[in-house]
Design a binder for this molecule. Structure first.
Ligand code: FAD
Ligand code: NAD
Length: 468
């Protein structure tokens, strides 16, 4: 066995890569992590999950202050926005967390190598620093965790000013008077909420017949759309955008829907039509690493690529592009490389859209169960009948439990609520343990909490909700 400098070199320091590096170090591997960007943490910490949630939180406070303070007896007539201060806070939040990853690398004795990583062969990674200096790392195993980048539409090339992607959409220095968003997925809805609450006239154009169509049930889409319309967001569904013209004033967009041709004008256009895997500069073909038909790195059930000893996880491989999916694969792949039984349960990955209210979903929707010809019973409870929601002024939404009609095993949960991202967790745990709606219904939930609505939804599966 040749003597390598490292047992694992991870390329990419997002939630997939940095977690894999930590788990590998915990398992006793000499580990290095390669990152081309200035700070660690990848898309999620630098330009994704974290900055978007900071802005969502700030603008949610703003909206609540403007719309609901008076009802709470709080008189604050002169609420103003300091966008620069809001952005500064967002940058500080990001700095704290990316710095935290640096701390974790030191603590776990993981060597951070700054620069663009390239595969020379299955045991050699070459890193080119910003100054052009090259360094060669010899390693027993390589993990590709290089993530993804925004998809560009051919007729709407990003210019960072009038035609922007999410990287710029979290960093505008003024509120556009009109913002056209293409795509009603997580990015379109989250960033649309941010800028609508800051005063932009936001129109979201979506190709599909409903918003949040990927991974969420039809009722979630309907309820969420209704709430987003209340903050002034407009939706043009079933609409395909086909061409664009940049003018001095902004952008003109042409498209079509069932009625015929449509035309929109906006100061700024945010393209949020998905992300694509990022593999540029890795020299995958030379190393013999195969891609899938859709351009993601092909892996087997243990995240090994077509080249033994080279593994891949996160957004760069198949599956939902979510930080917690990348994170879980990071843990599992490190354990597999160490000869342990690392595992990811792909049937139980929650998805959340962090609007107000939030939408959260795990497992099968009613529609998917029908398609799979699984007979299900569904229990639902609305938050307007939940004591804590009424006391807290957060009565929007519902909790829904989808259970197998024969076995009562919970197959899915769908929640629209102010804190759906947190409420979904107990249903995820329940599903991990193969639990039934009866298990959830008989679990004591503290009173008053919004989680009681989840318990009531479980009771409703058997037609015996107690508070509705
Ligand atoms: P990434 O986080 O993309 O990290 C890849 C890293 O690899 C990057 O730092 C990159 O610079 C580096 N890299 C690439 N190639 C090389 C190379 N050759 N050499 C060296 N370094 C390289 N997901 C959620 O679960 N929840 C959310 O709330 C959420 N919000 C989001 C909001 C926005 C606006 C966006 C854009 C995304 C959001 N996501 C969210 C998705 C989430 O960010 C990704 O799923 C996650 O970051 C994927 O992690 P990863 O480790 O696979 O890759
Ligand atoms: P997405 O795939 O979630 O949604 C894209 C939407 O754009 C879809 O509804 C699609 O039908 C629509 N679309 C595609 N082409 C179109 C066209 N030409 N015209 C009109 N509509 C079109 O993608 P996204 O919102 O860009 O997010 C990218 C990735 O980042 C996703 O995988 C998402 O899971 C992840 N992300 C997650 C979160 C979260 O977990 N809260 C937040 C942001 C991003």
């Amino acid at each position: 066995m040749p003597d390598f400098d490292y047992q694992l070199v991870v390329i990419g320091s997002g939630p997939g890569g940095y977690i894999a590096a930590i788990r590998a170090a915990q398992l006793g591997f000499k580990t290095a992590i390669v990152e081309k960007d200035k700070t660690l943490g990848g898309t999620c910490l630098n330009v994704g999950c974290i900055p978007s949630k900071a802005l969502l939180a700030s603008t949610e406070h703003l909206h609540f202050a403007k719309e609901r303070f008076a009802a709470h007896g709080i008189i604050a007539p002169d609420i103003k926005v300091d966008l620069a201060a809001m952005m500064k806070r967002k940058t500080e939040v990001v700095g704290k967390l990316t710095g935290g990853v640096g701390f974790l690398m030191k603590k776990n004795k993981i060597e951070v190598v700054k620069g663009l990583g390239r595969l020379v062969d299955r045991n050699t990674v070459e890193v080119t620093g910003d100054d052009g200096a090259k360094r060669t790392l010899h390693t027993a195993n390589v993990l590709l965790a290089t993530g993804s980048v925004p998809v560009e539409l051919p007729f709407l090339k990003f210019d960072g000013k009038k035609i922007i992607n999410s990287d710029q959409g979290i960093a505008l220095d003024q509120v556009p008077s009109s913002l056209l968003i293409i795509g009603a997925g997580a990015i379109g809805l989250e960033l649309g909420s941010v800028w609508a609450r800051l005063g932009a006239q936001v129109t979201v154009v979506e190709f599909l017949p409903r918003i949040a169509a990927i991974g969420f049930d039809a009722e979630t889409s309907r309820v969420l759309q209704r709430h987003l319309e209340k903050i002034g967001m407009k939706f043009e569904l079933n609409t395909k955008v086909s061409s664009a013209k940049i003018t001095d004033q902004g952008v003109e967009i042409h498209g079509e829907n069932a009625q015929g041709n449509v035309f929109f004008k906006a100061d700024t256009v945010l393209v949020a039509v998905g992300r694509k895997p990022f593999t540029a500069g890795l020299d995958l073909d030379k190393a013999g690493v195969r891609l899938t038909d859709r351009g993601r790195v092909a892996v087997d059930g243990h995240w090994q690529t077509s080249v033994p000893g080279i593994y891949a996880i996160g957004d760069v491989i198949d599956g939902p592009m979510l930080a917690h999916k990348a994170h879980e694969e990071g843990v599992a792949v490190a354990e597999r490389i160490a000869g342990k039984p690392g595992h990811v349960n792909y049937d139980v990955i929650p998805g959340v859209i962090y609007t107000a209210p939030e939408a959260a979903s795990v497992g099968l929707t009613e529609e998917q169960a029908k398609e799979k010809k699984i007979d299900v019973r569904v229990g639902k409870f609305i938050f307007s009948a939940n004591g804590r929601a009424i006391a807290s002024d957060t009565t929007e939404g519902f909790a829904k439990i989808v259970a197998d009609a024969k076995t009562d095993r919970v197959l899915g949960a769908h929640i629209v609520a102010s804190n759906a991202s947190e409420l979904i967790a107990e249903t995820v745990l329940l599903m991990e343990f193969g639990g039934s709606s009866e298990d959830l219904a008989r679990t004591i939930h503290a009173h008053p909490t919004m989680s009681e609505a989840v318990m009531e939804a479980a009771l409703a599966v058997d037609g015996r909700a107690l508070s509705a």
